[in-house]
Design a protein around this ligand. Structure first.
Ligand code: SAM
Length: 596
Protein backbone atom coordinates (compact mmCIF):
# COMPACT_ATOMS: atom_id res chain seq x y z
CA UNK A 1 0.00 0.00 0.00
CA UNK A 2 1.29 3.41 -0.87
CA UNK A 3 -0.08 5.22 2.17
CA UNK A 4 -0.95 4.35 5.72
CA UNK A 5 -4.67 4.02 6.33
CA UNK A 6 -6.31 5.74 9.26
CA UNK A 7 -8.37 2.71 10.07
CA UNK A 8 -6.22 -0.34 10.48
CA UNK A 9 -6.94 -3.81 11.76
CA UNK A 10 -3.43 -4.20 13.16
CA UNK A 11 -3.70 -5.61 16.63
CA UNK A 12 -7.34 -6.39 15.99
CA UNK A 13 -8.06 -10.08 16.51
CA UNK A 14 -9.67 -11.83 13.55
CA UNK A 15 -12.96 -12.36 15.38
CA UNK A 16 -13.46 -8.72 16.34
CA UNK A 17 -12.54 -7.69 12.80
CA UNK A 18 -15.28 -10.01 11.56
CA UNK A 19 -17.72 -8.45 14.07
CA UNK A 20 -16.67 -4.96 12.98
CA UNK A 21 -17.42 -5.55 9.33
CA UNK A 22 -20.44 -7.68 10.07
CA UNK A 23 -21.96 -4.97 12.26
CA UNK A 24 -21.29 -2.24 9.73
CA UNK A 25 -23.05 -4.32 7.10
CA UNK A 26 -25.93 -4.74 9.60
CA UNK A 27 -29.18 -5.70 8.00
CA UNK A 28 -26.94 -7.75 5.75
CA UNK A 29 -28.47 -8.94 2.57
CA UNK A 30 -31.59 -6.77 2.74
CA UNK A 31 -29.45 -3.62 3.10
CA UNK A 32 -27.10 -4.73 0.31
CA UNK A 33 -30.06 -5.26 -1.98
CA UNK A 34 -31.79 -2.02 -1.05
CA UNK A 35 -28.87 0.39 -0.81
CA UNK A 36 -26.45 -0.89 -3.42
CA UNK A 37 -28.34 -2.96 -5.98
CA UNK A 38 -31.55 -0.91 -5.72
CA UNK A 39 -29.61 2.36 -5.53
CA UNK A 40 -27.94 1.53 -8.86
CA UNK A 41 -31.21 0.45 -10.50
CA UNK A 42 -30.26 -3.24 -10.50
CA UNK A 43 -31.18 -5.74 -11.68
CA UNK A 44 -33.31 -3.82 -14.24
CA UNK A 45 -30.41 -1.64 -15.46
CA UNK A 46 -28.34 -4.58 -16.70
CA UNK A 47 -31.21 -6.33 -18.54
CA UNK A 48 -30.15 -7.55 -21.96
CA UNK A 49 -26.62 -6.07 -21.76
CA UNK A 50 -23.66 -8.04 -23.06
CA UNK A 51 -21.57 -7.14 -20.05
CA UNK A 52 -22.04 -5.25 -16.76
CA UNK A 53 -19.21 -3.83 -14.69
CA UNK A 54 -19.62 -3.04 -10.99
CA UNK A 55 -16.93 -1.19 -9.04
CA UNK A 56 -16.89 -1.35 -5.24
CA UNK A 57 -14.58 0.46 -2.82
CA UNK A 58 -14.37 -2.03 0.12
CA UNK A 59 -14.91 -5.79 -0.25
CA UNK A 60 -15.16 -6.67 3.46
CA UNK A 61 -17.13 -9.90 3.84
CA UNK A 62 -18.23 -9.82 0.23
CA UNK A 63 -21.91 -9.44 0.97
CA UNK A 64 -22.48 -6.91 -1.82
CA UNK A 65 -20.66 -9.15 -4.25
CA UNK A 66 -22.66 -12.22 -3.22
CA UNK A 67 -25.91 -10.23 -3.42
CA UNK A 68 -25.03 -9.01 -6.92
CA UNK A 69 -24.02 -12.50 -8.05
CA UNK A 70 -27.24 -13.97 -6.59
CA UNK A 71 -29.34 -11.32 -8.36
CA UNK A 72 -27.49 -12.09 -11.60
CA UNK A 73 -28.15 -15.81 -11.26
CA UNK A 74 -31.84 -15.25 -10.54
CA UNK A 75 -32.40 -12.87 -13.45
CA UNK A 76 -33.55 -14.25 -16.83
CA UNK A 77 -32.45 -10.94 -18.42
CA UNK A 78 -28.95 -11.10 -16.91
CA UNK A 79 -25.95 -9.78 -18.84
CA UNK A 80 -23.74 -12.39 -20.49
CA UNK A 81 -20.80 -11.34 -18.36
CA UNK A 82 -20.79 -9.78 -14.88
CA UNK A 83 -17.62 -8.04 -13.73
CA UNK A 84 -17.26 -7.08 -10.08
CA UNK A 85 -14.14 -5.11 -9.15
CA UNK A 86 -13.49 -4.44 -5.48
CA UNK A 87 -10.63 -2.95 -3.48
CA UNK A 88 -9.75 -4.30 -0.08
CA UNK A 89 -6.78 -3.35 2.07
CA UNK A 90 -7.17 -6.11 4.66
CA UNK A 91 -8.79 -9.27 3.31
CA UNK A 92 -10.66 -11.36 5.89
CA UNK A 93 -10.13 -15.10 6.34
CA UNK A 94 -11.95 -17.44 3.93
CA UNK A 95 -13.88 -18.95 6.84
CA UNK A 96 -15.30 -15.51 7.67
CA UNK A 97 -16.84 -15.22 4.20
CA UNK A 98 -18.68 -18.46 4.79
CA UNK A 99 -19.63 -17.48 8.34
CA UNK A 100 -21.13 -14.15 7.29
CA UNK A 101 -23.30 -15.87 4.66
CA UNK A 102 -24.70 -18.34 7.17
CA UNK A 103 -27.70 -16.14 7.91
CA UNK A 104 -28.65 -16.16 4.21
CA UNK A 105 -29.36 -19.63 2.77
CA UNK A 106 -29.47 -18.28 -0.80
CA UNK A 107 -25.86 -17.06 -0.49
CA UNK A 108 -24.31 -20.09 1.17
CA UNK A 109 -23.35 -22.01 -1.95
CA UNK A 110 -21.93 -18.90 -3.57
CA UNK A 111 -19.95 -18.04 -0.43
CA UNK A 112 -18.47 -21.55 -0.43
CA UNK A 113 -17.37 -21.11 -4.08
CA UNK A 114 -15.87 -17.74 -3.22
CA UNK A 115 -14.06 -19.16 -0.17
CA UNK A 116 -12.56 -21.95 -2.31
CA UNK A 117 -10.79 -19.36 -4.49
CA UNK A 118 -9.96 -17.06 -1.57
CA UNK A 119 -6.27 -17.86 -1.05
CA UNK A 120 -2.91 -16.19 -1.55
CA UNK A 121 -4.34 -12.66 -1.57
CA UNK A 122 -1.02 -10.83 -1.40
CA UNK A 123 -1.08 -7.11 -2.36
CA UNK A 124 -1.95 -6.74 -6.03
CA UNK A 125 -4.74 -7.75 -8.38
CA UNK A 126 -6.33 -11.21 -8.27
CA UNK A 127 -8.82 -12.45 -10.84
CA UNK A 128 -11.36 -15.00 -9.53
CA UNK A 129 -13.77 -16.69 -11.89
CA UNK A 130 -17.20 -18.20 -11.18
CA UNK A 131 -20.15 -19.66 -13.05
CA UNK A 132 -18.10 -20.94 -16.00
CA UNK A 133 -16.28 -17.62 -16.27
CA UNK A 134 -19.45 -15.56 -16.65
CA UNK A 135 -18.96 -13.90 -13.25
CA UNK A 136 -15.48 -12.41 -12.86
CA UNK A 137 -14.33 -10.93 -9.57
CA UNK A 138 -11.26 -8.70 -9.73
CA UNK A 139 -9.93 -8.23 -6.20
CA UNK A 140 -7.57 -5.30 -5.85
CA UNK A 141 -5.70 -5.94 -2.61
CA UNK A 142 -4.26 -2.70 -1.27
CA UNK A 143 -5.32 0.83 -0.49
CA UNK A 144 -8.43 1.60 -2.52
CA UNK A 145 -7.18 4.85 -4.06
CA UNK A 146 -3.83 3.43 -5.14
CA UNK A 147 -5.45 0.28 -6.51
CA UNK A 148 -8.11 2.12 -8.52
CA UNK A 149 -5.43 4.22 -10.18
CA UNK A 150 -4.04 0.91 -11.55
CA UNK A 151 -7.28 0.05 -13.35
CA UNK A 152 -8.60 1.08 -16.76
CA UNK A 153 -12.23 0.34 -17.54
CA UNK A 154 -15.59 2.07 -17.61
CA UNK A 155 -17.81 1.05 -14.67
CA UNK A 156 -21.57 0.79 -15.17
CA UNK A 157 -22.33 0.95 -11.44
CA UNK A 158 -20.37 2.01 -8.35
CA UNK A 159 -20.93 0.77 -4.80
CA UNK A 160 -19.21 3.13 -2.33
CA UNK A 161 -18.65 1.15 0.84
CA UNK A 162 -16.35 1.45 3.82
CA UNK A 163 -16.59 2.00 7.55
CA UNK A 164 -18.06 5.16 8.93
CA UNK A 165 -16.54 8.30 7.32
CA UNK A 166 -15.46 9.54 10.76
CA UNK A 167 -13.53 6.33 11.43
CA UNK A 168 -12.30 5.48 7.98
CA UNK A 169 -12.00 8.89 6.30
CA UNK A 170 -9.79 8.00 3.35
CA UNK A 171 -12.56 5.81 1.93
CA UNK A 172 -14.83 8.87 1.75
CA UNK A 173 -12.62 11.73 0.64
CA UNK A 174 -12.07 13.66 -2.52
CA UNK A 175 -8.93 11.84 -3.73
CA UNK A 176 -10.74 8.49 -3.66
CA UNK A 177 -13.83 9.93 -5.36
CA UNK A 178 -11.60 11.36 -8.09
CA UNK A 179 -10.09 7.91 -8.61
CA UNK A 180 -13.63 6.48 -8.83
CA UNK A 181 -14.79 9.20 -11.25
CA UNK A 182 -11.86 8.38 -13.56
CA UNK A 183 -13.40 4.92 -14.00
CA UNK A 184 -16.93 6.20 -14.75
CA UNK A 185 -18.70 6.90 -18.02
CA UNK A 186 -21.47 9.46 -18.34
CA UNK A 187 -24.48 7.78 -16.72
CA UNK A 188 -22.61 5.38 -14.43
CA UNK A 189 -24.88 4.73 -11.43
CA UNK A 190 -23.57 5.25 -7.90
CA UNK A 191 -24.96 4.25 -4.49
CA UNK A 192 -23.91 4.34 -0.86
CA UNK A 193 -25.39 4.01 2.60
CA UNK A 194 -24.06 7.28 4.05
CA UNK A 195 -25.73 10.65 3.44
CA UNK A 196 -22.98 12.65 5.18
CA UNK A 197 -22.93 16.21 3.85
CA UNK A 198 -19.21 16.23 3.08
CA UNK A 199 -19.50 12.99 1.11
CA UNK A 200 -22.33 14.47 -0.99
CA UNK A 201 -20.43 17.70 -1.63
CA UNK A 202 -17.23 15.90 -2.60
CA UNK A 203 -19.10 13.54 -4.92
CA UNK A 204 -20.79 16.51 -6.59
CA UNK A 205 -17.43 18.19 -7.04
CA UNK A 206 -16.27 15.09 -8.90
CA UNK A 207 -19.20 15.17 -11.32
CA UNK A 208 -21.75 12.94 -9.58
CA UNK A 209 -25.38 13.96 -9.19
CA UNK A 210 -26.56 12.37 -5.93
CA UNK A 211 -29.86 12.41 -4.06
CA UNK A 212 -30.98 11.27 -0.65
CA UNK A 213 -33.38 8.42 -1.17
CA UNK A 214 -35.40 6.42 1.37
CA UNK A 215 -33.31 3.92 3.30
CA UNK A 216 -34.32 0.53 4.61
CA UNK A 217 -35.29 0.51 8.28
CA UNK A 218 -33.57 1.20 10.65
CA UNK A 219 -31.70 3.54 8.27
CA UNK A 220 -33.84 6.49 7.22
CA UNK A 221 -31.96 7.48 4.10
CA UNK A 222 -29.22 6.45 1.73
CA UNK A 223 -27.63 8.01 -1.35
CA UNK A 224 -28.13 7.23 -5.03
CA UNK A 225 -27.11 9.04 -8.19
CA UNK A 226 -25.15 8.95 -11.41
CA UNK A 227 -22.05 10.34 -13.05
CA UNK A 228 -23.16 13.44 -14.95
CA UNK A 229 -20.37 16.00 -14.95
CA UNK A 230 -21.41 19.52 -15.95
CA UNK A 231 -18.16 19.84 -17.90
CA UNK A 232 -17.43 18.17 -21.19
CA UNK A 233 -16.15 14.76 -20.34
CA UNK A 234 -12.76 13.79 -21.71
CA UNK A 235 -14.54 10.77 -23.05
CA UNK A 236 -14.76 7.27 -21.73
CA UNK A 237 -11.80 6.03 -19.70
CA UNK A 238 -11.16 3.54 -22.51
CA UNK A 239 -11.52 3.78 -26.27
CA UNK A 240 -14.96 2.89 -27.61
CA UNK A 241 -15.11 -0.88 -27.39
CA UNK A 242 -15.64 -3.00 -30.47
CA UNK A 243 -18.97 -4.77 -30.79
CA UNK A 244 -18.49 -8.53 -31.02
CA UNK A 245 -18.66 -9.81 -34.60
CA UNK A 246 -16.47 -12.18 -36.58
CA UNK A 247 -12.88 -12.81 -35.55
CA UNK A 248 -9.97 -14.74 -37.01
CA UNK A 249 -7.29 -16.15 -34.75
CA UNK A 250 -4.13 -17.30 -36.50
CA UNK A 251 -2.47 -20.12 -34.59
CA UNK A 252 -4.06 -23.04 -32.73
CA UNK A 253 -1.62 -23.45 -29.87
CA UNK A 254 -2.14 -22.37 -26.27
CA UNK A 255 -2.08 -18.62 -27.03
CA UNK A 256 -4.44 -18.79 -30.03
CA UNK A 257 -6.96 -21.21 -28.57
CA UNK A 258 -7.07 -19.21 -25.32
CA UNK A 259 -7.67 -15.97 -27.24
CA UNK A 260 -10.41 -17.69 -29.25
CA UNK A 261 -12.17 -19.01 -26.13
CA UNK A 262 -11.95 -15.65 -24.39
CA UNK A 263 -13.45 -13.88 -27.40
CA UNK A 264 -16.16 -16.51 -27.94
CA UNK A 265 -17.18 -16.10 -24.32
CA UNK A 266 -17.79 -12.46 -25.23
CA UNK A 267 -20.07 -13.43 -28.14
CA UNK A 268 -17.52 -13.34 -30.98
CA UNK A 269 -17.77 -15.93 -33.77
CA UNK A 270 -14.18 -17.09 -34.00
CA UNK A 271 -12.37 -19.03 -36.72
CA UNK A 272 -9.03 -20.43 -35.61
CA UNK A 273 -6.71 -21.06 -38.56
CA UNK A 274 -3.55 -23.13 -38.45
CA UNK A 275 -1.06 -24.32 -41.04
CA UNK A 276 -0.99 -27.76 -39.41
CA UNK A 277 -3.87 -30.20 -39.85
CA UNK A 278 -4.40 -30.53 -36.07
CA UNK A 279 -4.27 -28.05 -33.18
CA UNK A 280 -1.37 -27.95 -30.71
CA UNK A 281 1.30 -29.20 -33.10
CA UNK A 282 3.92 -26.58 -32.19
CA UNK A 283 5.43 -26.03 -28.76
CA UNK A 284 1.98 -26.67 -27.23
CA UNK A 285 2.37 -30.30 -28.32
CA UNK A 286 4.61 -30.94 -25.29
CA UNK A 287 3.22 -34.16 -23.72
CA UNK A 288 2.92 -32.53 -20.29
CA UNK A 289 4.29 -29.36 -18.75
CA UNK A 290 4.88 -28.08 -15.25
CA UNK A 291 2.88 -25.17 -13.84
CA UNK A 292 4.35 -23.19 -10.94
CA UNK A 293 4.98 -19.51 -10.30
CA UNK A 294 8.38 -17.97 -10.94
CA UNK A 295 10.16 -16.77 -7.80
CA UNK A 296 12.87 -14.17 -7.28
CA UNK A 297 14.57 -12.44 -4.38
CA UNK A 298 13.07 -9.07 -5.40
CA UNK A 299 9.64 -10.42 -6.45
CA UNK A 300 10.36 -9.28 -9.99
CA UNK A 301 7.84 -8.35 -12.68
CA UNK A 302 8.05 -11.89 -14.03
CA UNK A 303 7.33 -13.37 -10.59
CA UNK A 304 4.25 -11.18 -10.09
CA UNK A 305 3.01 -11.79 -13.62
CA UNK A 306 3.50 -15.52 -13.24
CA UNK A 307 1.41 -15.65 -10.04
CA UNK A 308 -1.47 -13.91 -11.83
CA UNK A 309 -1.13 -16.32 -14.74
CA UNK A 310 -0.86 -19.46 -12.60
CA UNK A 311 -4.01 -18.58 -10.64
CA UNK A 312 -5.97 -18.10 -13.86
CA UNK A 313 -4.63 -21.28 -15.48
CA UNK A 314 -5.51 -23.31 -12.39
CA UNK A 315 -9.11 -22.06 -12.66
CA UNK A 316 -9.20 -23.08 -16.32
CA UNK A 317 -7.74 -26.52 -15.64
CA UNK A 318 -10.19 -27.11 -12.77
CA UNK A 319 -13.06 -26.11 -15.01
CA UNK A 320 -12.15 -27.93 -18.21
CA UNK A 321 -9.76 -30.81 -17.56
CA UNK A 322 -10.00 -34.31 -16.07
CA UNK A 323 -7.96 -34.42 -12.87
CA UNK A 324 -5.41 -37.25 -12.89
CA UNK A 325 -5.70 -37.67 -16.67
CA UNK A 326 -5.17 -34.25 -18.29
CA UNK A 327 -3.67 -32.50 -15.31
CA UNK A 328 -3.04 -32.78 -11.60
CA UNK A 329 -3.01 -30.16 -8.89
CA UNK A 330 -0.13 -31.79 -7.05
CA UNK A 331 1.81 -28.79 -5.77
CA UNK A 332 5.43 -28.35 -6.88
CA UNK A 333 8.72 -28.48 -4.98
CA UNK A 334 11.24 -25.90 -6.14
CA UNK A 335 14.86 -26.89 -5.58
CA UNK A 336 17.20 -23.92 -5.52
CA UNK A 337 20.94 -23.87 -5.97
CA UNK A 338 22.71 -23.75 -2.55
CA UNK A 339 24.04 -20.25 -3.25
CA UNK A 340 20.73 -18.88 -4.65
CA UNK A 341 19.12 -16.01 -2.75
CA UNK A 342 15.86 -16.86 -1.02
CA UNK A 343 12.67 -15.81 -2.80
CA UNK A 344 11.09 -12.55 -1.60
CA UNK A 345 8.99 -12.93 1.54
CA UNK A 346 5.35 -12.49 0.51
CA UNK A 347 4.05 -12.36 4.09
CA UNK A 348 1.37 -14.54 5.68
CA UNK A 349 -0.89 -14.61 2.63
CA UNK A 350 2.13 -15.53 0.54
CA UNK A 351 2.41 -18.95 2.18
CA UNK A 352 -0.35 -20.21 -0.08
CA UNK A 353 2.03 -19.39 -2.95
CA UNK A 354 5.40 -20.39 -1.57
CA UNK A 355 6.51 -21.92 1.67
CA UNK A 356 10.16 -22.39 2.62
CA UNK A 357 11.07 -25.99 3.42
CA UNK A 358 14.26 -27.75 4.35
CA UNK A 359 14.50 -29.22 0.82
CA UNK A 360 13.44 -26.10 -1.12
CA UNK A 361 10.35 -23.95 -1.61
CA UNK A 362 6.94 -25.57 -1.69
CA UNK A 363 4.37 -24.17 -4.14
CA UNK A 364 0.85 -25.35 -3.29
CA UNK A 365 -0.39 -23.58 -6.40
CA UNK A 366 1.17 -25.84 -8.98
CA UNK A 367 1.08 -29.14 -10.78
CA UNK A 368 1.34 -30.59 -14.28
CA UNK A 369 -0.92 -30.09 -17.31
CA UNK A 370 -1.12 -31.58 -20.80
CA UNK A 371 -1.16 -28.43 -22.95
CA UNK A 372 -2.96 -30.13 -25.84
CA UNK A 373 -5.89 -31.00 -23.55
CA UNK A 374 -6.26 -27.35 -22.61
CA UNK A 375 -6.04 -26.34 -26.27
CA UNK A 376 -8.79 -28.84 -27.16
CA UNK A 377 -10.98 -27.58 -24.32
CA UNK A 378 -10.61 -23.95 -25.41
CA UNK A 379 -11.29 -24.83 -29.05
CA UNK A 380 -14.51 -26.59 -27.96
CA UNK A 381 -15.97 -23.32 -26.63
CA UNK A 382 -19.28 -22.62 -28.41
CA UNK A 383 -18.60 -20.02 -31.10
CA UNK A 384 -15.08 -21.29 -31.89
CA UNK A 385 -14.38 -23.16 -35.12
CA UNK A 386 -10.99 -24.74 -35.93
CA UNK A 387 -9.73 -24.94 -39.51
CA UNK A 388 -6.46 -26.76 -40.14
CA UNK A 389 -4.08 -27.03 -43.10
CA UNK A 390 -4.37 -23.35 -44.02
CA UNK A 391 -1.22 -21.29 -44.04
CA UNK A 392 -1.84 -17.57 -43.90
CA UNK A 393 0.82 -15.64 -45.71
CA UNK A 394 -0.48 -12.09 -45.50
CA UNK A 395 -3.26 -9.95 -44.09
CA UNK A 396 -4.82 -6.92 -45.64
CA UNK A 397 -7.37 -4.38 -44.59
CA UNK A 398 -10.31 -3.64 -46.88
CA UNK A 399 -12.65 -0.98 -45.60
CA UNK A 400 -13.65 -2.12 -42.13
CA UNK A 401 -12.59 -5.74 -42.53
CA UNK A 402 -9.40 -7.73 -42.29
CA UNK A 403 -8.67 -10.38 -44.90
CA UNK A 404 -6.37 -13.37 -44.41
CA UNK A 405 -4.70 -14.51 -47.66
CA UNK A 406 -2.79 -17.67 -48.52
CA UNK A 407 0.45 -17.96 -50.47
CA UNK A 408 -1.37 -17.66 -53.81
CA UNK A 409 -3.03 -14.47 -52.62
CA UNK A 410 -6.39 -16.27 -52.30
CA UNK A 411 -8.83 -15.06 -49.69
CA UNK A 412 -9.07 -17.59 -46.82
CA UNK A 413 -11.17 -15.68 -44.31
CA UNK A 414 -12.49 -12.22 -43.59
CA UNK A 415 -13.40 -10.70 -40.23
CA UNK A 416 -13.73 -7.57 -38.09
CA UNK A 417 -10.88 -8.59 -35.85
CA UNK A 418 -7.68 -10.59 -36.29
CA UNK A 419 -5.55 -11.99 -33.48
CA UNK A 420 -2.13 -13.23 -34.52
CA UNK A 421 -0.99 -15.99 -32.17
CA UNK A 422 1.24 -17.98 -34.48
CA UNK A 423 4.46 -18.11 -32.44
CA UNK A 424 7.40 -17.70 -34.88
CA UNK A 425 4.94 -17.65 -37.78
CA UNK A 426 3.69 -14.37 -36.34
CA UNK A 427 6.94 -12.85 -37.59
CA UNK A 428 6.03 -13.58 -41.23
CA UNK A 429 2.67 -11.85 -40.80
CA UNK A 430 3.98 -9.02 -38.64
CA UNK A 431 7.58 -8.44 -39.72
CA UNK A 432 8.10 -5.62 -37.21
CA UNK A 433 7.87 -7.98 -34.23
CA UNK A 434 11.21 -9.03 -32.77
CA UNK A 435 10.80 -12.75 -32.04
CA UNK A 436 13.38 -15.34 -31.12
CA UNK A 437 13.20 -19.12 -31.54
CA UNK A 438 14.10 -21.18 -28.48
CA UNK A 439 14.46 -24.89 -29.05
CA UNK A 440 13.45 -27.15 -26.19
CA UNK A 441 14.07 -30.89 -25.86
CA UNK A 442 12.33 -32.93 -23.17
CA UNK A 443 13.34 -36.48 -22.21
CA UNK A 444 10.76 -39.04 -21.12
CA UNK A 445 10.09 -42.74 -20.66
CA UNK A 446 7.41 -44.96 -19.20
CA UNK A 447 7.85 -45.57 -15.48
CA UNK A 448 9.56 -48.60 -14.14
CA UNK A 449 8.10 -49.13 -10.70
CA UNK A 450 11.37 -50.32 -9.21
CA UNK A 451 12.84 -46.80 -9.38
CA UNK A 452 11.86 -44.68 -6.41
CA UNK A 453 10.61 -41.29 -7.51
CA UNK A 454 9.68 -38.04 -5.76
CA UNK A 455 5.97 -37.92 -4.90
CA UNK A 456 5.31 -34.84 -7.06
CA UNK A 457 6.86 -32.50 -9.65
CA UNK A 458 10.20 -30.87 -8.92
CA UNK A 459 11.22 -27.53 -10.44
CA UNK A 460 14.48 -25.59 -10.45
CA UNK A 461 17.17 -25.68 -13.10
CA UNK A 462 14.82 -27.63 -15.38
CA UNK A 463 11.97 -29.75 -14.11
CA UNK A 464 11.00 -33.33 -13.38
CA UNK A 465 7.49 -34.79 -13.58
CA UNK A 466 7.52 -38.19 -11.88
CA UNK A 467 4.22 -39.56 -13.14
CA UNK A 468 1.99 -38.50 -16.01
CA UNK A 469 -0.49 -40.90 -17.66
CA UNK A 470 0.49 -40.91 -21.37
CA UNK A 471 -0.93 -43.15 -24.12
CA UNK A 472 2.14 -45.40 -23.68
CA UNK A 473 1.49 -45.76 -19.92
CA UNK A 474 2.45 -43.82 -16.78
CA UNK A 475 5.59 -41.87 -17.68
CA UNK A 476 8.19 -39.55 -16.19
CA UNK A 477 9.39 -36.45 -18.06
CA UNK A 478 12.35 -34.16 -17.57
CA UNK A 479 13.85 -31.17 -19.32
CA UNK A 480 14.01 -28.86 -20.87
CA UNK A 481 16.93 -27.63 -22.90
CA UNK A 482 16.89 -23.96 -23.86
CA UNK A 483 18.44 -23.50 -27.29
CA UNK A 484 18.29 -19.81 -28.17
CA UNK A 485 18.20 -19.14 -31.90
CA UNK A 486 17.89 -22.86 -32.68
CA UNK A 487 14.99 -24.08 -34.85
CA UNK A 488 15.89 -27.74 -35.36
CA UNK A 489 13.23 -30.32 -34.47
CA UNK A 490 15.70 -33.23 -34.65
CA UNK A 491 16.22 -34.95 -31.28
CA UNK A 492 19.84 -34.82 -30.10
CA UNK A 493 21.75 -37.24 -27.88
CA UNK A 494 23.72 -34.36 -26.40
CA UNK A 495 20.49 -32.73 -25.27
CA UNK A 496 19.31 -35.96 -23.64
CA UNK A 497 22.53 -35.98 -21.63
CA UNK A 498 22.11 -32.28 -20.80
CA UNK A 499 18.68 -33.15 -19.40
CA UNK A 500 20.24 -35.94 -17.33
CA UNK A 501 22.78 -33.46 -15.98
CA UNK A 502 20.01 -31.08 -14.98
CA UNK A 503 18.18 -33.92 -13.30
CA UNK A 504 21.28 -34.55 -11.18
CA UNK A 505 20.82 -31.13 -9.57
CA UNK A 506 17.05 -31.56 -9.17
CA UNK A 507 16.79 -35.13 -7.90
CA UNK A 508 20.24 -36.79 -7.65
CA UNK A 509 18.98 -40.25 -6.63
CA UNK A 510 16.47 -40.35 -9.48
CA UNK A 511 19.17 -39.21 -11.92
CA UNK A 512 21.47 -42.00 -10.72
CA UNK A 513 18.71 -44.58 -11.13
CA UNK A 514 17.71 -43.36 -14.59
CA UNK A 515 21.24 -42.78 -15.94
CA UNK A 516 21.59 -46.29 -17.44
CA UNK A 517 18.41 -45.78 -19.46
CA UNK A 518 19.84 -42.51 -20.85
CA UNK A 519 23.11 -44.24 -21.70
CA UNK A 520 21.26 -47.16 -23.34
CA UNK A 521 19.21 -44.65 -25.36
CA UNK A 522 16.04 -46.13 -23.89
CA UNK A 523 14.73 -42.63 -23.15
CA UNK A 524 12.45 -40.85 -25.63
CA UNK A 525 12.85 -37.25 -26.76
CA UNK A 526 10.28 -34.62 -27.61
CA UNK A 527 11.37 -31.39 -29.32
CA UNK A 528 9.60 -28.14 -29.90
CA UNK A 529 10.57 -24.63 -30.91
CA UNK A 530 9.14 -21.97 -28.66
CA UNK A 531 8.86 -18.32 -29.49
CA UNK A 532 10.19 -15.65 -27.14
CA UNK A 533 10.47 -11.88 -27.10
CA UNK A 534 13.74 -10.13 -26.29
CA UNK A 535 12.72 -9.58 -22.63
CA UNK A 536 11.12 -13.07 -22.40
CA UNK A 537 7.68 -11.69 -21.59
CA UNK A 538 4.68 -12.30 -23.87
CA UNK A 539 3.63 -9.69 -26.43
CA UNK A 540 -0.06 -8.81 -26.15
CA UNK A 541 -1.92 -5.88 -27.65
CA UNK A 542 -3.22 -3.93 -30.61
CA UNK A 543 -1.01 -3.16 -33.60
CA UNK A 544 -3.58 -1.41 -35.80
CA UNK A 545 -7.35 -0.99 -35.49
CA UNK A 546 -8.74 -4.54 -35.38
CA UNK A 547 -5.31 -6.17 -35.59
CA UNK A 548 -4.13 -7.73 -32.32
CA UNK A 549 -1.34 -10.02 -31.27
CA UNK A 550 -0.88 -12.54 -28.44
CA UNK A 551 2.36 -14.43 -28.77
CA UNK A 552 5.91 -14.96 -27.44
CA UNK A 553 4.84 -17.11 -24.51
CA UNK A 554 8.38 -18.60 -24.46
CA UNK A 555 8.48 -21.68 -22.25
CA UNK A 556 5.59 -20.31 -20.15
CA UNK A 557 2.58 -20.89 -22.38
CA UNK A 558 0.73 -22.70 -19.60
CA UNK A 559 1.28 -19.76 -17.27
CA UNK A 560 0.53 -16.94 -19.68
CA UNK A 561 -1.87 -18.05 -22.43
CA UNK A 562 -5.12 -17.49 -20.53
CA UNK A 563 -3.90 -14.34 -18.76
CA UNK A 564 -2.86 -12.89 -22.14
CA UNK A 565 -6.21 -13.83 -23.68
CA UNK A 566 -8.18 -12.20 -20.88
CA UNK A 567 -5.98 -9.12 -20.99
CA UNK A 568 -6.55 -8.84 -24.74
CA UNK A 569 -10.33 -9.22 -24.30
CA UNK A 570 -10.36 -6.67 -21.47
CA UNK A 571 -8.48 -4.10 -23.56
CA UNK A 572 -10.73 -4.73 -26.54
CA UNK A 573 -13.98 -4.28 -24.62
CA UNK A 574 -13.13 -1.75 -21.91
CA UNK A 575 -13.44 -4.42 -19.23
CA UNK A 576 -11.51 -4.50 -15.94
CA UNK A 577 -7.89 -5.56 -16.32
CA UNK A 578 -6.88 -8.85 -14.73
CA UNK A 579 -3.60 -7.17 -13.70
CA UNK A 580 -2.52 -3.81 -12.27
CA UNK A 581 -1.84 -1.41 -15.15
CA UNK A 582 1.92 -1.49 -14.52
CA UNK A 583 1.99 -5.26 -15.01
CA UNK A 584 -0.36 -5.09 -17.99
CA UNK A 585 2.03 -2.61 -19.63
CA UNK A 586 4.87 -5.06 -19.09
CA UNK A 587 3.08 -7.43 -21.50
CA UNK A 588 1.99 -4.77 -23.99
CA UNK A 589 3.40 -5.19 -27.48
CA UNK A 590 3.79 -1.39 -27.51
CA UNK A 591 6.96 -1.79 -25.42
CA UNK A 592 8.77 -3.22 -28.46
CA UNK A 593 7.98 -0.13 -30.48
CA UNK A 594 8.93 2.14 -27.58
CA UNK A 595 12.29 0.35 -27.38
CA UNK A 596 12.71 1.06 -31.11
N1 SAM B 1 -18.78 -4.16 0.97
C1 SAM B 1 -18.56 -5.02 2.11
C2 SAM B 1 -19.56 -6.16 2.11
O1 SAM B 1 -20.44 -6.18 1.24
O2 SAM B 1 -19.42 -7.05 2.95
C3 SAM B 1 -18.47 -4.32 3.43
C4 SAM B 1 -17.31 -3.36 3.43
S1 SAM B 1 -16.70 -3.02 5.03
C5 SAM B 1 -17.93 -2.04 5.70
C6 SAM B 1 -15.40 -1.87 4.67
C7 SAM B 1 -14.12 -2.52 4.17
O3 SAM B 1 -13.26 -1.48 3.71
C8 SAM B 1 -13.35 -3.26 5.25
O4 SAM B 1 -13.21 -4.60 4.88
C9 SAM B 1 -12.01 -2.56 5.30
O5 SAM B 1 -10.91 -3.45 5.49
C10 SAM B 1 -11.94 -1.88 3.95
N2 SAM B 1 -11.05 -0.71 3.94
C11 SAM B 1 -10.91 0.26 4.88
N3 SAM B 1 -10.02 1.19 4.47
C12 SAM B 1 -9.60 0.81 3.26
C13 SAM B 1 -8.71 1.38 2.31
N4 SAM B 1 -8.07 2.52 2.52
N5 SAM B 1 -8.53 0.72 1.14
C14 SAM B 1 -9.18 -0.43 0.88
N6 SAM B 1 -10.03 -0.99 1.75
C15 SAM B 1 -10.25 -0.39 2.93
Amino acid sequence: MSEPVAWSPEGTPRSSRFDDIYRSASGGLAQARHVFLGGCGLPQAWAGQRCWRILETGFGLGLNFLAAWRAWKDDAQRPGLLHFVSAEAFPVAAADLVRSAQAHPELQELAADLAAQWWGLVPGVHRLSFDSGRVLLTLCIGDARAMLSEQAFAADAVFLDGFDPARNPQMWELPLFKAVARLCRRGTAIATWTVAGQVRRDLQQCGFEVDRVPGLSPKRECLAGRFAPAWASRGDPVATPLTPGRAIVIGAGLAGSAAAASLAQRSWQVQVLDAAAQPATGASGLPAGLLAPHTSSDDSLLSRLSRAGVRMTLQQATRHLRAGTDWDFTGVLERRAPDARAPADLGDEGRAWQEPRADGVWHSAGGWIKPAALVQAWLSTPGVQFRGSVRIERMQRTGIHWQALDVRGQLVAEADLVVVAAALGSGTLLPDLALMPVRGQVSWATRDDTTSMPSGPVNGNGHFLPSVPLAEGPAWLTGSTYGRGDTSLEPRDADQLANLDRLRTLAPEVAAALAPAFVDRAVQAWCGVRCASSDRRPLVGELAPGLWVSTAMGSRGLTFAWLAAELLAARLHGEPLPLPMRLASALDVARQRAAG
